[in-house]
Design a binder for this molecule. Structure first.
Ligand code: SF4
Length: 142
């Protein structure tokens, strides 16, 4: 089983109320090979919601509010689901403060990027679950 970002499976759970459908990932879910999670929704955040970015160990939204606890709660729940389903790896949405792998927004809300992982990705890697972005995945199937 593979853990995937729910927005990549076509669910409109992103902060802007839209999805980021990747048909090949939705197909994995439809075939019962992948389980979709949205850690931010699992953490109790609404959709749509204010954009948020990591600043060190914290997550701050564009209104300046510290939303770290919701992000951590949702990531913990996503990790629990990952373990419950015995997921061997995860395919997660790039650049997100939850799901981003290797590169995320820089915390200044200026569109800039920096090296780093989302909150869920840090938890998965610590638990020994390999992570790839949607582009990494598409590179393996093209
Ligand atoms: S938290 Fe992850 S799954 Fe949810 S909308 Fe953002 S990138 Fe997609």
């Amino acid at each position: 089983m593979i853990l995937v970002s729910e927005c990549l499976a076509g669910v409109p759970c992103r902060m802007d109320g839209k999805s980021k459908l990747i048909p090949e990932i939705k197909q994995l879910v439809d075939e019962g090979k992948a389980i979709p999670v949205c850690p931010e929704v699992l953490g109790g955040l609404p959709t749509p919601r204010s954009p948020s970015e990591r600043r060190g160990d914290r997550v701050i939204n564009s209104a300046g509010e510290d939303v770290t606890s919701a992000f951590e709660k949702g990531a913990e729940e996503a990790l629990r689901i990952c373990r419950e389903h015995g997921c061997a790896c995860a395919i997660l949405k790039s650049k997100s403060p939850s799901c981003g792998y290797r590169v995320i927004h820089n915390g200044r809300f200026d569109g800039g990027l920096t090296e780093g992982n989302g909150i869920l990705v840090d938890m998965l890697l610590k638990a020994g679950i390999p992570v790839m972005t949607e582009q990494d995945f598409l590179n393996t199937v093209s």
